[in-house]
Design a protein around this ligand. Structure first.
Ligand SMILES: C[S@@+](CC[C@H](N)C(=O)[O-])C[C@H]1O[C@@H](n2cnc3c(N)ncnc32)[C@H](O)[C@@H]1O
Length: 240
């Protein structure tokens, strides 16, 4: 097995374990609150989705879903953000939730129709962010929460996000950036790439990767401390 496949297999094992065990919805709700989720989301989201939450913020905080008909959650995990987007869009739209950990999609599937307006659609799809199994140029919005930093090939992951968006489409992601060197114990940890920290880039480098994928208007905002790194909101556009 090559290095990339090995890291991905470890990431899948880690998140499959979290999907099975969860942390308890209450503990995760506490984390969601700390990460900036509004009470309206925390109160309404099905508890089994909350129990497997593993994001680093609320990527849809300032995103208007009014004109969004087709949205894609990239690295959805248990799919809290996909669920919230579907609840807002109702029968007017559809959300595809992509993750390579099928255990997470099994948590999302049965709960996805609960608490959302009739006719809302969430489609859990097993797939790799570096090769998204969707057609080009269709999505109005691609969003992600703490998943790009785990992509082994970040150039490929952002290029794929760009490819699936229509012209004028938006990217909104919560992700992690490095502001100072990681401590030695993290750098030397063979699991660092699996626990989100090993793959974190400096802000400038990340901005270059996003622009290199074709995006314009890249904005990095709302910096919040997150473990040894910093959680940020990323927004960008596929120019019309
Ligand atoms: C930190 S978790 C965040 C999950 C979810 N977005 C949330 O906020 O709870 C990262 C997720 O990204 C997924 N992931 C990591 N690398 C991926 C890749 N290359 N392709 C698809 N999914 C990936 C993992 O399986 C995991 O579910």
């Amino acid at each position: 097995m090559d290095w990339s496949a090995e890291i991905k297999a470890r990431i899948r094992r880690r998140y499959a374990r979290l999907a099975r065990a969860g942390d308890g919805a209450l503990a995760r709700a506490h984390r969601m609150r700390e990460d900036g989720y509004p009470e309206a989301v925390i109160e309404r989201v099905p508890p089994e989705l909350a129990a497997a939450y593993s994001g680093c913020g609320f990527p849809l905080a300032d995103v208007s879903l009014a004109n969004v008909r087709f949205a894609v959650d990239l690295g959805c995990g248990s799919g809290i953000d996909a669920w919230w987007a579907a609840a807002q869009m109702g029968a007017e739209g559809a959300v595809v939730a992509v993750d390579m950990t099928t255990g997470m999609l099994r948590v999302l599937g049965p709960a996805s129709a609960r608490g959302v307006p009739a006719g809302s659609s969430i489609f859990p799809v097993a797939g790799d962010l570096e090769r998204i199994p969707l057609a080009s140029g269709l999505a109005d919005l691609a969003f992600a929460n703490a998943s790009f930093n785990l992509a082994v090939d970040k150039d490929a992951a952002f290029k794929e996000a760009f490819r699936i968006l229509r012209a004028g489409g938006q990217l909104a992601a919560r992700d992690l950036v490095l502001e100072e060197p990681l401590p030695r114990e993290v750098l030397e940890d063979p699991l660092a790439d699996v626990t989100s920290l090993g793959g974190v880039m400096a802000e400038d480098e990340l901005r270059r990767v996003i622009e290199g994928a074709g995006f314009s208007g890249v904005c990095v905002s709302d910096h919040r401390p997150f473990s040894y790194v910093v959680s940020v909101q990323l927004t960008a556009t596929k120019a019309a």
